[in-house]
Design a protein around this ligand. Structure first.
Ligand code: GLA
Ligand code: ZN
Length: 690
């Protein structure tokens, strides 16, 4: 059923609002009065409250007061707003840090941090857990039946700080060793899994295992896993303080995009609602703007697929410039709308801001906000927010509509950790992500929807499955890939497939390992990591159907040498170390195919392959004609209509050919057919009957 938000029951609105910190203004009640006058004018309806408010509730150990929050919650309810109420664990009070030093984190040099900054408590401290449990229980009991309470916001950006959530205190090290004991059962197993005889690193007692030994890359990957376990365990601990008291209230925490250090695919299983903090700072003067848009769409698709049956939301974004960017440019209203509609196009049903009002002091006083220091409602940014809110009113019919995809792409945090912790393969730090983006982009350009997920996901719903650098094969993945292809699916892999197992140990017997040599009909013998970005020419085999579309393709950066053992050769290296060797192969299994692309293809070549798959597999596109490069198109559907989101990420007007359909522009109200011109940075949504 459509037109009903699945985020908050009985709330038929796109969520729009932001982080609200009235606790910074208790000395100026007239400012808070003014906030409540401005909120409806801005078209804002949802506010995250109390994220860093611990000292305002418990200034002295065990002495609590919630007066200001009582007042704010009541005013929110009266205004018809929804509150996302935070637990305050993201910032610990100074008195607590002084009295209980164990709650302060220890850095890699073994030095306990002073009381400073935020999001830097020890994950294992019993004392901190006790204190957090007490304050959370108080909040939950006090507001359990408050009409404004719509969702819980656990802590803030778990693991986001200089050490990325790492604490090396004795409590955490003991917890790590216990985690290893559970994972491996015996030191013998652990020593074997980590290849510990290398440099005589075999362990004879659990307490010898120090996570800072980065010479063992199996250990490094496990340390990443362990820290993620700690963060998830922390989240679950906090959620458990709230859930029994407010069983009907969803619980979430704000994620940080594709942060490499946190396996959000794992954490996503524990939260009720997927919420992200997003700050792309699109700039029409930036020649890389389309690349930035591709990255955000990719991330949005990852987020959409964490819980495909529920909408997700931007918990934080910015109506203007965040102060922590190296350059801060005012965000034009059309760019603001572009960014927000992009999220909605990818399945979000709420876009909130950091922050509602700028504080007068401290680190974030110059961070963009709905209300700036002038306090004026005729400021440029305030008007931009109002204008977006007016459009959100018109877009409410999209609530409850969904997205389906025929293409799947595997993005796996653990595979990334394996690759990046393997000296000799991890040449450039961001390779895992950039290769994933590159393989996604040609489908994005055509408006073909792509689901993105980790390697544990179910592959069978897809016609086409893309594996960008699935370096690490977890147990069972190779078998499921075979079943996918034998069931008629088309599988495409880049190089760096199946190099290591889940302990980051290389598969013996040739790559891709774990039986995939047979599935692809190849042996990938070697890799050549090139010293520069010069194109590597690849000649398409004369008799291959692809030759009709392109006689030559081009690779770059990394090349794999392949031997075809049962696979058909699609293209060969023209020169270089692997001259004459197969570069792209395909092995057919009935209707299924396993295609291996041994060199990192350039964008033009990836487009050739993507168009070929789109045509052969008859992948669904919103419009039959080609979409101009830089225009993003996403499609949500409900029982009666499809909603097509169009976003022009270029500084030029772009013409989109709607084909034979008659559409109604939900924003302008006009009827559209034939050619539709989008002005620079323009975004809109078309409703088209199904
Ligand atoms: C993060 C945090 C917020 C704030 C913003 C600033 O998203 O969660 O508290 O610091 O960054 O951009
Ligand atoms: Zn610790």
């Amino acid at each position: 059923m459509s037109a009903r938000s699945l985020l908050f029951p009985h709330f038929a609105k796109i969520l729009h609002g932001g982080d609200y910190n009235p606790d910074q203004w208790l000395h100026a009640p007239e400012v808070i009065d003014e906030d409540f006058r401005l909120m409806p004018l801005a078209g804002c309806n949802t506010f995250s409250v109390g994220i860093f408010s611990w000292t305002s509730y418990e200034r002295q150990e065990g002495v609590f007061t919630f007066d200001w929050l009582d007042d704010i919650m009541d005013r929110m309810a009266k205004a018809g707003n929804r509150v996302v109420l935070a637990t305050p664990s993201g910032a610990k009070p100074a008195w607590m840090a002084k009295k209980y030093p164990e709650i302060r984190r220890v850095n890699a040099s073994g030095v306990r941090e002073p009381q400073w900054h935020r999001q830097n408590h020890c994950w294992a401290s019993r004392v901190y857990r006790e204190k957090v449990a007490i304050i959370n229980t108080r909040l939950a009991e006090r507001y359990a039946s408050h009409p404004a309470l719509a969702m819980w916001h656990v802590s803030n950006e778990l693991g986001n700080d200089d050490l990325f959530g790492q604490c090396y205190c004795p409590l955490c090290l003991a917890e790590w060793q216990r985690w290893l004991e559970r994972r491996y059962g015996s030191l013998e197993n652990l020593n074997r899994a980590w290849w510990a005889s290398f440099w005589s690193h075999e362990f004879t007692a659990w307490d010898e295992i120090d996570p800072r030994d980065w010479s063992m890359d199996g250990l490094s990957v496990d340390w990443m896993r362990f820290r993620n376990w700690q963060i998830k365990d922390w989240y679950e601990f906090e959620a458990a303080t709230l859930r029994p008291i407010t069983p009907a209230i969803p619980i979430t925490t704000n994620f940080m995009g594709l942060l490499p250090y946190i396996n959000y695919a794992e954490l996503a299983r524990s939260v009720d609602v997927i919420a992200d903090d997003q700050y792309p700072a699109y700039d029409l003067d930036d020649p890389e703007m389309v690349d930035s848009a591709v990255k955000i769409s990719f991330k949005d698709d990852v987020y959409r697929c964490f819980k495909p049956d529920r909408p997700w939301m931007l918990m934080e974004s910015c109506p203007d410039a965040p102060q922590w960017k190296p350059i801060m440019r005012p965000k034009p209203a059309e760019v603001h709308q572009l960014e927000m509609l992009q999220a909605l196009g990818h399945g979000a049903e709420g876009t909130c801001y950091f922050q509602w009002r700028k504080g007068l002091g401290s680190r974030e006083k110059l961070h963009g906000a709905v209300v700036d220091h002038s306090g004026r409602e005729d400021s440029r940014v305030f008007r931009s927010v109002v204008s977006l809110a007016e459009k959100y009113e018109k877009l409410t019919p999209i609530l409850g509509s969904t997205i389906t995809a025929e293409v799947g792409l595997v993005y796996d945090w653990e595979a990334r950790w394996g690759l990046e912790n393997s000296e000799g393969a991890a040449g450039r730090n961001w390779d895992y992500e950039s290769v994933a983006y590159a393989n996604y982009r040609p489908f994005w350009e055509q408006g073909v929807a792509v689901d993105i997920f980790a390697s544990e996901a179910e592959f069978s719903p897809y016609k086409l499955l893309i594996l960008p650098q699935l370096w690490m094969l977890k147990p069972g993945v190779a078998t499921r890939l075979r079943a996918f292809v034998e069931g008629g699916g088309v599988l495409v892999s880049t190089g760096y497939l199946g190099i290591c197992n889940e302990s980051n140990l290389c598969f013996p017997g040739g790559w891709p390992g774990d039986g995939l040599m047979d599935l692809f009909g190849i042996w990938n013998e070697e890799y050549d990591t090139l010293p520069d970005k010069r194109p590597v020419p690849l000649a398409v085999e004369a008799g291959h159907p692809l030759a009709k579309q392109a006689a030559m393709l081009a690779g770059k950066e990394v090349c794999a040498s392949l031997h075809a053992n049962g696979a058909e050769v699609v293209a060969r290296y023209v020169d270089g170390r692997f001259q004459g060797a197969p570069a792209i192969t395909v092995k057919r299994h009935g209707r299924g195919e396993a295609c291996y692309v041994g060199s990192r293809l350039d964008l033009e070549s990836l487009r050739v392959l993507a168009r070929d798959f789109t045509r052969r597999l008859e992948l669904t596109k919103p419009f039959p004609a080609e979409i101009p490069v830089g225009v993003a198109v996403q499609q949500r559907i409900d029982d009666t209509q499809r909603f097509v989101f169009l976003e022009n990420f270029t500084p030029h007007p772009q013409v989109v050919d709607l084909g034979g359909v008659t559409a109604s522009d939900m924003i302008s109200g006009e009827t559209r057919m034939g050619l539709l011109t989008l002005s620079p940075a323009q975004s809109t949504v078309l409703a088209i009957p199904r």
